[in-house]
Design a protein around this ligand. Sequence first.
Ligand code: UDP
Length: 336
Amino acid sequence: MTHLPAKAARVLVTGGAGYIGSHCCKALSRAGMVPVVYDNLSRGHADAVRWGPLVKGDMRDGDRLAQVLKEERIDAVIHFAAFAYVGESVQEPQMYYDNNVGGMIALLGAMQREGVKTLVFSSSCATYGVPDRVPIDETMAQAPINPYGRSKLICEWMMEDAASAWGLNYAALRYFNAAGSDPEFELSERHDPETHLIPLALMAAQGTGAPLQVFGTDYPTPDGTCVRDYIHVSDLARAHVLALDALRGGAGPLKLNLGTGTGTSVQEILDAVERVTGHAVPHQNSPRRAGDPPELVANPGHAREVLGFEARWTNIDEIVGHAAPWFMEAPKVAQG
Ligand code: UDP
């Protein structure tokens, strides 16, 4: 009897041209799956789509999504495409609800129509708001304090309702702070505009960016600056593959924190950038940024139990070290 090779799963990756999405496509491809990227390239980069086809489209275009699910013979979806800046969400709330919630409405409608019932969703620790205690576990109340976190929580509720109504099987992966870059240096962290701490600190240290503003030095934390749980983007990517495998194996719905369990303060990030680059980070103390809770650290135990997932890159210097080479270029000096 001849054995035909198992059909490679075809996975629609919305936002697959973005930072976490592109790393996830690489991980899917390594795991023998075919990532089909759906992205409008408003914040992603076409040259980051290297492990499967790129379909350009808007998240709110349900007909187009349904057409792609059908034509590309999609088995499952990983949904990254969303706006993801806390500060911007406070300034532009409607834009966040429109894109993040509107995108999920269109996606679920298309999936229901085409009978695609497996969805891994990029949710966020921002759905917890200001937690009563850290580390945060999945049983704790979700009470987001900014429009970004609220838009992600609404999407979680929508998936829960779709699960009851038509059998959607889903994983809500609540990321803590994605950081670093592909350890093989095939992919980088690029945001436009860049608002994230580690890239901005690296640019400040190299002299290619402005001095870093430290948002808040009077938080109730050991050194007064905010504490976050920085998880390597390649670890996050691997967790998506594990979550997809678990869903396809019959587990779900899943609600899982993805973090390392270790908190690092803004000041400790500046110290790490100095160790990695050999340059102190020029910085100035600034007021708190609206929407920022003092401390967000994951209890990673549930993801370990359910997926066998554990972060491999737990040393902050290594995480910063994988991001650093992308910010090493010489300062751009105006000519003439
Ligand atoms: N942060 C900062 N200065 C900056 C950017 C960020 O002090 O220029 C702080 C921010 O207040 C937060 C942490 O760094 O406590 C991580 O912020 P980031 O924007 O990287 O990620 P977020 O937590 O918003 O997802």
